[in-house]
Ligand binder design. Structure first.
Ligand SMILES: Nc1ncnc2c1ncn2[C@@H]1O[C@H](COP(=O)(O)OP(=O)(O)OP(=O)(O)O)[C@@H](O)[C@H]1O
Ligand SMILES: [Mg+2]
Length: 327
């Protein structure tokens, strides 16, 4: 299951992604966390020291390796240089499975031990001024999009991505790559306007946005969100003393999380699981082709000097297939 946490800066995306990762890990569900946010804080929110988090290998810096691996011997993709972030897989491409070891995860993923269970963590690496708002070649989230477009994940394994609601994810198809998109918002007009903007992009692509209200302090906050958001409001959370203690460096056992926060996390897991039957691999594949053709025409063909539309394998549909059986 692919789950995104998006929202306005400071709304609590990293906090909620990390709590959701901890929740799944505590249930011993395989979980891979991806930090694709402008502010790279997920590692620290998962309990790494600042130096450990800063030393994590950046996906953005390993694009050549990622492209070379995913390309495999797909005859439509002539070189890693002509592979852009939206280049879709086809016959001959290598696909990624969350439960396997492969050169991409070996180079980029690290296991983080949590107070209960563990998670795998991938990070895009820090964003620079040049990364903001760029649609094209160097986009930091391009590595994440490529991996998602080559990922055949199953029902009981999770990939949780902490990311911004910025223009980057709309220019590419990144925002369409998730089974569930949790939009985190505080009970403020700004937060709600980010939700409306996200929803207006998402609706045309059949992307369902579920809102998680954060830092909700009482019935007036709750009523405001309910009135502004209606049925898309999944759940609300208040202030968490557990999170606050963690921020002071006092990591308490996950089992001591406030019941209200735990209940909200459970609702998020149920919402994720309920999305599984809605999966449509054909639509998922068609959308990656749609965004690839759009990116090819707007900058990719010029940049690479190749006709990137020819990379599309018309007969290919990404789908969940059983891993090969050992001989
Ligand atoms: N429910 C909560 N209870 C207590 N503190 C919270 C809660 N949610 C968020 N915070 C605190 O609010 C601050 C901002 O949260 P967080 O870093 O998760 O937001 P973000 O959306 O990821 O921000 P950025 O856009 O900077 O990445 C952090 O200090 C975090 O600990
Ligand atoms: Mg953050």
């Amino acid at each position: 299951m692919k789950i995104a946490f998006v929202g306005k800066g400071g709304s609590g995306k990293t906090t909620l992604s990390s709590l959701f990762v901890r929740y799944l890990a505590a249930w011993r569900v395989p979980v891979t966390a991806v930090d694709a946010d402008i502010n790279q804080h997920l590692g620290v929110a998962l309990g790494l020291a600042e130096e450990e988090a800063a030393a994590l290998p950046a996906l953005g810096a390993r694009l050549p390796l990622i492209k070379d691996y995913l390309r495999g011997d797909n005859p439509r993709i002539l070189s890693a240089e002509t592979m852009i972030k939206t280049t879709p897989p086809g016959a001959g491409s290598r696909l990624l499975r969350l439960s396997e070891e492969n050169p991409v995860f070996a180079a980029c993923a690290r296991t983080v031990r949590l107070s209960e269970g563990s998670a795998r963590l991938l990070v895009t690496g820090p964003f620079t001024a040049d990364d903001l708002g760029v649609a094209c070649y160097h986009s930091k989230t391009g590595a994440v999009e490529l991996c998602l477009n080559h990922l055949v994940d199953g029902r009981d394994e999770y990939l949780v991505v902490d990311m911004t609601a910025g223009s980057d994810s709309f220019a590419s198809g990144l925002f369409t790559r998730f089974d569930v998109t949790f939009l985190v918002t505080e009970p403020t007009r700004k937060g709600v306007s980010v939700y409306r903007q996200y929803r207006s992009y998402a609706r045309d692509f059949g992307v369902r946005v579920q809102v998680v209200g954060n830092k909700v302090q009482g019935p007036e906050d709750e009523a405001f969100l309910r009135a502004e958001i209606g049925d898309d409001l999944l759940v609300t959370l208040g202030h968490s003393d557990w999170v606050r203690a963690l921020e002071r460096g006092d990591e308490r056992p996950f089992a001591s999380l406030e019941p209200a926060t735990a209940t909200a996390l459970r609702a998020m897991r149920l919402a994720s699981d309920a999305a599984y039957p809605e999966r449509d691999w054909e639509r998922y594949t068609q959308q990656m082709v749609h965004f690839h053709l759009k990116n090819a025409a707007s900058w990719g063909n010029d940049r690479t000097g190749a006709d990137l539309a020819a990379q599309v394998d018309p007969g290919f549909v990404l789908r969940e297939t059983p891993s090969p059986q050992p001989a």
